[in-house]
Design a protein around this ligand. Structure first.
Ligand code: FES
Length: 190
């Protein structure tokens, strides 16, 4: 099997702030730069998006970006490619801020220990449990627990997660959501 055949393709959906484009030799946008909570990403644009987005996006626009990420089996490098880019309204972006987040380490230590497979199973479980629209998965750097990889962080609460099945992670997530709701309720009464 060739390296290309071993590379793994996974769907992604990100929300973040548009920073700008990286253009090709003709000045046409080729990559968009997106700021997410854990850093900046360069995401390659599908050819049919390039010209249209070059005319319509402004820095600081809040975007939903959907596509596929490719995990290079040989290097552990992750490449992002967008097939769909949508503007989010102010109210939608506020709701993004309020969502529960699963922050996942995407460094080589966690990728080698199965982070990508765990996250795609987790995405499927969130979908099956009807939680996809309430939870966002975001990439981050090393969480400094490489020996226990793959590592995740649930926010709010900064609950560290490792060694759990997707189902147990979702149950932990539901606990976090309930605790957050109770705390929010208490602070609104004060
Ligand atoms: S590489 Fe993932 S915690 Fe260090």
């Amino acid at each position: 099997m060739s390296d290309d055949q071993r590379d793994r393709l996974l769907p992604f959906r990100l929300e973040g702030k548009f920073l700008g484009f990286i253009t090709d030799g003709y000045g046409i946008p080729k990559y968009l730069q997106l700021e997410i909570e854990t850093g900046n990403l360069s995401i390659k644009l599908a050819k049919q998006l390039r010209f249209k987005l070059g005319l319509s996006l402004q820095p600081n626009d809040w975007l939903e970006v959907v596509g596929e990420k490719k995990l290079k089996s040989k290097t552990g490098e992750l490449r992002w490619k967008a097939d769909r880019v949508n503007h989010l309204t102010a109210s939608e972006s506020n709701s993004v801020e309020n969502k529960i987040k699963i922050v996942a380490c995407y460094q080589s230590g966690c990728l080698k220990k199965g982070a990508s497979r765990l996250l795609s199973n987790l995405e499927r479980t969130l979908h099956e449990w009807g939680l996809s629209d309430r939870v966002v998965i975001q990439a981050t750097g090393c969480l400094k627990r490489c020996s226990q990889a793959p590592n995740l962080l649930l926010k709010p609460g900064n609950v560290r997660v490792n060694g759990m099945t997707p189902e147990v992670i979702v149950v932990t997530l539901l606990d976090t959501m309930r605790t957050t709701a109770v705390l929010n309720q208490a602070s609104s009464i004060e």
